[in-house]
Design a protein around this ligand. Structure first.
Ligand SMILES: Nc1ncnc2c1ncn2[C@@H]1O[C@H](COP(=O)(O)OP(=O)(O)OP(=O)(O)O)[C@@H](O)[C@H]1O
Ligand SMILES: O=P(O)(O)OC[C@H]1O[C@H](OP(=O)(O)OP(=O)(O)O)[C@H](O)[C@@H]1O
Ligand SMILES: O=C(O)c1cccnc1
Length: 489
């Protein structure tokens, strides 16, 4: 039976004002002017020193299928009162532009363009909400996962958050983003099916409570499942739970693959050390200790400092909900638009807060890597016609505090933007999630440890080229002249 909520397009996954603005552009005949929009965030989340970009695969899927369905058109007409002439235009609309983007797993910092959309003004406007929706969530979760993995290091992290995620889409795409950030497996089976993520799991207290005893529950589980992780904290971890798990593992021997036990309450440091001792004494030196219960990078760091003996960290709520920072705050801003003469013209948004003043014009983004030590010196935003790969020496300076500047020589300039859509066609093949995660890991080697620490990291430089800075200043002065003319007229 068809669900009441089945939808046949995602084009209405936008804010009403995007459609209203598009109608005005269309009515004025400027809807097909070329426009360039950039997507970026202004502050790194969680007080972290870097973020991990995730979301491109879904963006591409969304753009590929972008269209207003018959039922969308009927809704816009009958419920929202849009007129037939505009609706006939919307009905035929597809995404026809170019998109440049970082790849998933890329390290990303504040105030640098992650995605650049170059298309008609109408199309660029209509896709804003969905693009932000996708990147804001997925990048946030990938970054949280990476923070957790930086603390966990060599042990395994499993994503357990579906029950606490902000609805079903978040559970699914959050699990995927968490893998890009470094998580090894998820408990969400649908995420396993759709994205090929390794799926794993133990059992809950309900299973122990459904039987007369842990002994019966563990035996019952083992009858149908070869890989066994027994949850040992339902009644008394040290007195009944662990001894029962050991007893069942001994009784069943090679009939099962006794992977280990899970602890989900109590003092994890103390209990895990005791559990390790008991398992080792019983001859189960290879048995793993899985722990869960409201964990995050702070608790994990503390537990490690206490010498907790943990092999697998199961992390739910605080990862999938980005518990301590609910929003990334990414924005999507127009930087250039075609004028009456068919030429591209810069456009700028002024604010009394210099950090909110947009950087106008069509730009490129490079990572500047020191050839001697292989470390990233900073990211470098240039105008479209600049090519730092051809330069021997560049001056990088802070976009707000311009007195902070440096000259860099003997560097490699790596272009961080890949053309992923050309004239509406997807021309980028998404790598596997494993490749994305490995890419994120290897990228972290580019960063000095000072940028990676979880508390009060150093600020990684994201600098403008001289030309980009001069262009920004020229645009600011032009706007100031316009305001002065208006006031004095
Ligand atoms: N040794 C420890 N040091 C620091 N934090 C710990 C330690 N052991 C457990 N924790 C954390 O302390 C919190 C304990 O939460 P809470 O008091 O709700 O759990 P609990 O009473 O043990 O179990 P539950 O209520 O889930 O049955 C959890 O976030 C857990 O991860
Ligand atoms: O703690 P999280 O990081 O969110 O990880 C997921 C939690 O989900 C399960 O508990 P459940 O939902 O059954 O409730 P509980 O917290 O009472 O154990 C599991 O036992 C974990 O504790
Ligand atoms: O498999 C598990 O142990 C699991 C799955 C989801 C949430 N908590 C635990």
């Amino acid at each position: 039976m068809k669900s009441n909520y089945a939808d046949d397009s995602l084009a209405l996954h936008t804010d009403l004002y995007q459609i209203n603005m598009t109608e005005s552009y269309w009515a004025d005949g400027i809807h097909e002017r070329k426009a360039v929009f950039e997507l970026y965030f202004r502050n790194l989340p969680f007080g972290n020193g870097y973020a991990i970009f995730a979301g491109l695969e879904r963006i591409l899927d969304y753009l590929k299928g972008f269209h207003f369905s018959e039922s969308d058109i009927v809704y816009l007409k009958e419920e929202l009162g849009f007129k037939d002439d505009f609706l006939s235009y919307l009905k035929e609309l597809r995404f026809t532009g170019d998109v440049y983007s970082m790849v998933e797993g890329e390290l990303v910092f504040a105030n640098e363009p992650i995605v650049r959309v170059e298309t008609t003004l109408a199309e660029a406007q209509l896709v804003e909400t969905a693009l932000l929706n996708i990147v804001n969530y997925q990048t946030l979760i990938a970054t949280k996962a990476s923070r957790i993995k930086q603390v966990v290091k060599e042990e395994v992290v499993m994503e357990f958050g579906s029950r606490r995620a902000h609805e079903m889409d978040a559970a699914l795409w959050g699990a995927r983003a968490a893998v890009i950030g470094g998580v090894e497996a998820t408990s969400n089976v649908r995420a396993g099916k759709l994205f090929g993520i390794p799926v794993a799991g133990t059992h809950a207290h309900s299973m122990v409570q459904a039987y007369k005893s842990e002994y019966e529950a563990f035996h019952s589980y083992a009858r149908r499942h070869k890989d066994c992780v027994f949850l040992v904290d339902t009644y008394n971890t040290l007195k009944i739970g662990i001894p029962t798990a050991i007893q069942v593992a001994k009784e069943l021997g090679d009939k099962i693959n006794f992977i280990g036990i899970r602890l989900d309450s109590g003092d994890i440091a103390f209990l895990s050390k005791e559990a390790r001792r008991m398992l080792d004494e019983a001859g189960f030196e290879d048995a793993k200790i899985v722990v869960s219960n409201d964990l995050d990078e702070y608790t994990i760091l503390n537990l490690k400092a206490q010498g907790a003996k943990v092999d697998v960290w199961g992390i739910g709520t605080k990862l999938i909900t980005a518990y301590d920072q609910p929003a990334l705050g990414a924005v999507y801003k127009i930087v250039s638009i075609e004028n009456d003469k068919g030429e591209m013209e810069d456009t700028i948004k002024i604010s009394s807060n210099m950090e909110k003043v947009t950087t106008p014009g069509q730009k490129k983004l490079y990572r500047i890597i020191d050839r001697e030590n292989g470390k990233a010196e900073g990211d470098y935003i240039t105008m479209q016609d600049e090519d730092p790969t051809m330069e021997k020496r560049i001056k990088m300076f802070h976009p707000v505090h311009t007195f902070i500047s440096k000259f860099v020589t003997n560097f490699e300039a790596v272009n961080l933007h890949v053309k992923v859509v050309e004239a509406g066609e997807i021309i980028y093949a998404n790598p596997s999630l494993n490749e994305m995660r490995n890419y994120a890991y290897s990228n972290l080697d580019l960063l000095w440890d000072e940028y990676k620490r979880s508390l009060n990291p150093e600020e990684y430089p994201v600098d403008l080229s001289q030309k980009c800075w001069d262009n920004k200043m020229r645009n600011i002065h032009d706007v100031q002249d316009k305001v002065d003319d208006y006031v004095n007229k």
